[in-house]
Each structure stands twice: as C-alpha cells, then as structure tokens.
Write a protein that binds this ligand. Structure first.
Ligand SMILES: *[C@@H]1O[C@H](CO)[C@@H](O)[C@H](O)[C@H]1NC(C)=O
Length: 257
C-alpha cells in the first residue's frame, strides 16, 4: 500500500514534467545580411502552467526578458550587435534591428513557469551574419601585353566581405580547374572584421583571351572580366629586326663621323 502511494505521488509530481512546459521550437534564420533586421520566435507550450519569464541569450549572455507580472513587462540589456526593438518584441518573439557582424552567434530562448513548479525549458539556434558589397572583384596585372604562351601574372581580389568570398577564374567562359594554373593567396583581414580573398592565374597567354573572375558568397555572385593583349610572334620579329636595323645604322653613322 505504501509503495502504491509513493508511486502515485511520484507520478503526480514528476510524471507531470513530461507533459508540462516545453519549448516547441525556436526560429532563428541561419543567415542574415549586415544591416538587416530579424524576428526570432520562441514557441512554447505551457500545458496549463503560468508563464513566469521568457529570456533570450546570445552566446550565453542575456539580452532580453519578458515577465508578464512586471511593469514594464519587457526589458532589454545592452549587448554589442543586438538592438532589440521592444515595440515588436513580446512573449513569443524578439525583434532585432541593424544587424552587424557582431550579431552572429548562438541564440537561445529560455522559458520558465511560475511557482511552485518553476519548470523551465529552452531551445537554441545559430545565426550567421554576412556582408557582401555590390562592388565587383578587381583584376590586376592584365594591363601589360603578354607574348604568346607567356604565363599571365594576373590577380583577382574580391571586394571586402564576410565571410571570405570564394574566387573562381574562367578563360573564354570555361572554368579553370587546373591547380597549377592558379595561385591561392588566401584571405587578408581589412577594416571592421571584413576579409579580402585573392586568387592569381598563371595560364599561358593566347590570342583573343578573355579572362573572368567570379567572386561568390552563398548564392550571391559578382564578376569582372578583362581581355589579355598578346603580341603575335610576327610583331616580335618586326620589333627585333627594327632594333637590329637601328643598331646597324648607329654603328654605320659612328664610323662615318
Ligand atoms: C598578386 O597578389 C600577390 C599577393 O597579394 C602579390 O604579391 C602580387 O604582387 C600580385 N600580383 C599582381 C600582378 O598584382
């Protein structure tokens, strides 16, 4: 008899845990652009309990809480990259404005029930913030004239971005996949946590050679093309014979004078 009472007691107190408060889901976009705003939602089911608080954290630092018994009911804490719009935030959502690269992180909502249970439940999701400017990548080293088959000394550098954009070279519309024709210079940090990627191309110069560099980040792409000037071997011969001719003339003139 004693054990039956104990079991019923346990079921009543702890069995309830499984059917009471639970966070059904958190909705945080996985990727947003710098400057944008975002609404994150926290969906929970109180199963008859009373809401005590909803707290939001980024990387374990609290930035917003909603407590229905308090006046005012909501409060935002200062956190770099997190600008809460209180008008658009409430018990099940938080609205952030003007995202910066510092807004990226692991977002968590934590829901608690009132006394006596004080049960709480939570859920979390990561948000990445990117920046990809409208500027096209820059090609350098294409201004000079190359002799036929002379390896190019050309670079492509992306505009400032975060995370680092991927670069890809094309010759006359065909993707360059040969690794020995490419030189990966990697990325270098610039201001505001942004990065610039650089990729060199050393393919042999050909007549009518159009090179294109494509910089991409996610689904976004920017590109720039350049045409390589080649001096044909005929032109070379003409140039050399002109040099030889002027040298001969010079020598002849010196002999005469
Ligand atoms: C290509 O980039 C590398 C690394 O930044 C640099 O050392 C080299 O001078 C560049 N070449 C050209 C043609 O711009």
């Amino acid at each position: 008899m004693k054990s039956v009472i104990l079991v019923s007691f346990l079921l009543l107190t702890y069995g309830k845990v499984s059917i009471c408060l639970r966070v059904v889901g958190i909705s945080v976009p996985s990727l947003k652009q710098r400057g944008e705003s975002v609404t994150m939602t926290c969906d929970y089911d109180l199963e008859g309990g009373k809401l005590y608080s909803v707290k939001w954290y980024r990387d374990n630092e609290e930035f917003y809480r909603y407590m229905p018994r308090l006046r005012p009911q909501q409060h935002a804490h200062k956190l770099d990259g997190v600008k809460v719009d209180l008008e658009k935030s409430s018990a099940r959502r938080v609205h952030l404005r003007d995202l910066t690269l510092k807004s990226r992180g692991l977002y968590r909502c934590e829901v608690s029930e009132e006394a006596p249970s004080f049960h709480s439940a939570q859920s979390e999701a990561f948000m990445e913030v990117y920046y990809f400017s409208r500027e096209n990548p820059i090609i350098s080293g294409h201004e000079q004239t190359y002799a036929l088959e002379e390896p190019l000394d050309v670079n492509c550098s992306s505009a400032k971005a975060f995370p680092a954009p991927e670069l890809q070279w094309y010759i006359n519309g065909k993707k360059v996949i040969e690794r020995d024709l490419l030189i990966a210079y990697g990325t270098r940090p610039v201001s505001q946590g942004l990065l610039i990627s650089t990729l060199g191309i050393r393919a042999p110069a050909k007549p009518k050679m159009k090179i294109t560099c494509v910089s991409s980040l996610g689904n976004h792409k920017r590109e720039r093309s350049a045409v390589i000037e080649t001096s044909s071997s005929g032109e070379h011969a003409a140039k050399y014979s002109f040099i030889i001719l002027t040298s001969i003339v010079n020598i002849a003139m010196q002999k005469i004078s």
